[in-house]
Design a protein around this ligand. Sequence first.
Ligand code: PRP
Ligand code: URA
Length: 208
Amino acid sequence: MNNVLEVDHPVIDIYLTALRDKTTKTAPFRRAMANIGNILAYHALSELPLTEFEVETPIQKTSGFTPSTDVVVIPILRAGLSLVDGIINFIPEAKVGHIGVYRHEETHEPVNYYHNLPNGIEDAFTLVVDPMLATGGSGSHAVKFLKESGAKNIRFVALIAAPEGIERLQTDHPDVPIITASIDEKLNDQAYIIPGLGDAGDRYFGTT
Ligand code: PRP
Ligand code: URA
């Protein structure tokens, strides 16, 4: 698959196991999500453009670096919020916008219900964040909305991605790289990812 990074790291495997385990309680589930968010952010920001400037250490002058653009993190509500703490822990100066999209229970089609984007999205390095890329409907819809709002430099960060969702996102938005902790097997007939972790939003917010 082009333009997809499946991050391969033993620590990801450990946290992913906790997230998949149906007996994992809310608190460790949240911690594992934050920790993986941190690792995914490390990879998703590997091409962040920097501007060089002069900085003075106590000993002498040397080169320093600062982001050339804003970093904007856009969680797809609700479940996308689960990865935000880990990401902004890694890049605390990031701005956070929000897009509310839910998947209709019967049609599985995305439904928009909210958006709030920071100014300057046109020039920003933007990470769209959602733990689950299943059919890809919600993700594709959110990216389309962002592009219509002017965003150009977009990456999609998903904890778990189904091959079906990757294909949909790449077909609709071939310019958007995908960074994920796991490409899972497929979708079941309810459009849930298998093996997956169940309903990410319900497990993270304790609403099961
Ligand atoms: C989940 C998930 C994605 C979407 C993925 O959200 O967080 O946004 O499903 O499915 P798709 O790729 O088939 O569109 P959900 O609709 O359960 O809403 P929630 O985040 O409010 O729980
Ligand atoms: N949304 C989820 O929360 N989990 C899935 O497996 C698919 C969509």
